[in-house]
Design a protein around this ligand. Structure first.
Ligand code: EPU
Length: 420
């Protein structure tokens, strides 16, 4: 198992290019099993463990998957031979649940392990299952597995009681091949949901309303293979912007879409950053200043993303003033706080709020990554801390950040990966 070693205190400067969005690519890989002809080609694929795990999952179902040198993935679903997602793979990556809708819709059968516990909260999937039941599926839970079957899914009016990203995506995918019309209300509006809908429409689906909270899908007979390039990762974008802000540097993030990170930009401006936008890039210049404290409250898109909460927590630990971070999506997403406290941060967690008094400085320490975004926040804390920070269990970071230490090194950071 590797660890990251960071010597903090270097202001980051330069340009960095953002990779394709993990949370768009994973559902697209799952959706590809619905194509009835041979080839689906996905481009702008990030080099991530979660992508590798999804490819393993599809391969063990019999899907032929090839990757070229540019990380384009070509999938041939015609060779699929089983509709099964085993516990071994699902336990390492909850988004494996995204094969349920596509398998059921196209083949009328699926056996998918129930995702187990998770570091950031309980994360149940009952809304996915209720919606599929409403569409005519028979669903049972047997030995930790969801077993689902149907003759053909039937369009239905689905109203989610709470906004769910993968729940919306599962039903969106399932309804493309269902009989008749499906209306999804209180649908998630995240850019990754919109990208998935655009991908499905290119495959021949009939989806309207994506990007609003009511999505309408008219079922079609079949979907065809297409070539599609995934959108850039907005959380990676936000993480590099915070890296510039926390170190007092000046960084241009390229290959991004600024409208997808508006709430993050708004908060970083309040923290004292100068921000300049072009169509595909964002430049953040902190001009060597210490950031000002900013309050954050997470919510479903277009509100402030929970996946950036830990990174803004890191920024506030060294900011001038006090701040309150309110986490409204997941009940246990403050695991990074204890580790940051070990670096000298002054944070108190009460229920779903973290109260932070900004310190002049953090001091490097050995810390442990507990989940993907917590890992990113500890890297950010290490970049500004005096002395050496060692981050263990960094396999979490490799699930969702493409070549993070290389990209940070390119910006001048003193960071290296060493085997333990
Ligand atoms: N929820 C339920 N029942 C359900 C489904 C969800 O109660 O059946 C609850 C969850 O427990 C949570 C809330 O609804 O309190 C929202 O969860 P959601 O379903 O939207 O989360 P998700 O789809 O499991 C995706 C991302 C997460 C991201 C969240 C919120 C993917 C693969 N994952 O998860 O990404 O934090 O939406 O935006 O798209 C990450 O990338 O680090 C990550 C965790």
């Amino acid at each position: 198992m590797d660890k990251l070693i960071i010597r903090g205190g270097v202001p980051l400067n330069g340009e960095v290019s953002v990779s394709g969005a993990k949370n768009a690519v994973l559902p697209m890989l799952c959706a590809s099993v619905m194509a009835s002809d041979k080839h689906v080609i996905l481009k702008n694929i990030p080099h991530l463990h979660d992508v590798t795990t999804t490819v393993r999952l599809l391969r063990q179902m019999g899907v032929s998957v090839t990757l070229d040198d540019n990380m384009n993935i070509q999938l041939d679903p015609s060779t699929i031979k089983n509709y099964y997602a085993p516990y071994d793979l699902v336990k390492t990556m909850r988004s494996s649940i995204l094969v349920l809708g596509p398998l059921l819709s196209r083949f009328g059968s699926a056996k998918v392990s129930l995702p187990g516990g998770c570091a950031i909260g309980t994360r149940p999937v009952e809304m996915h299952l209720d919606a599929l039941t409403q569409m005519g599926a028979s669903i049972g839970i047997d030995n930790g597995y969801i077993t689902a079957s149907c003759k053909k899914l039937i369009g239905a009016e689905i109203r989610f009681s709470k906004t769910t990203v993968t729940g919306t995506e599962n039903i969106l995918m399932a309804s493309t091949l269902a009989e008749g019309k499906t209306i999804i209300s209180n649908a998630a509006r995240e850019p990754e949901v919109v990208d998935l809908a655009n991908f499905l429409n290119k495959m021949g689906a009939s989806i309207t309303g994506h990007g609003t909270d009511i999505i309408e899908v008219t079922g079609v007979e079949k979907l065809r293979g297409v070539s599609y390039s995934a959108l850039p990762d907005r959380i990676e974008t936000g993480t590099f912007l915070v890296a510039a802000a926390i170190t007092g540097g000046c960084v241009t993030v390229k290959n991004t879409i600024s409208s997808h990170v508006s709430t993050i930009i708004e908060k970083l401006k309040l923290s004292g950053a100068d921000i300049t936008l072009t169509d595909t890039s964002i430049t953040l210049d902190m001009k060597g200043k210490r950031p000002l404290a900013v309050d954050i409250e997470t919510g479903a898109y277009p509100l402030f993303p929970t996946d950036m909460q830990a990174q803004l927590t890191a920024l506030n630990t060294v900011a001038k003033g006090k701040s309150i971070i309110k986490e409204n999506i997941f009940e246990n997403r403050f695991m990074h706080v204890q580790e940051m406290t070990r670096m000298g941060a002054d944070i108190r967690v009460e229920n779903n709020c973290a109260k932070i008094s900004g310190s002049e400085k953090l001091i490097g320490a050995s810390v442990m990554a507990t989940d993907l975004r917590a890992s990113a926040s500890l890297i950010l804390a290490g970049l500004v801390a005096t002395g050496i920070t060692e981050i263990e269990r960094i396999y979490h970071i490799d699930r969702g950040y493409d070549c993070i230490e290389e990209k940070l090194q390119q910006l001048g950071a003193n960071i290296s990966r060493v085997p333990v």
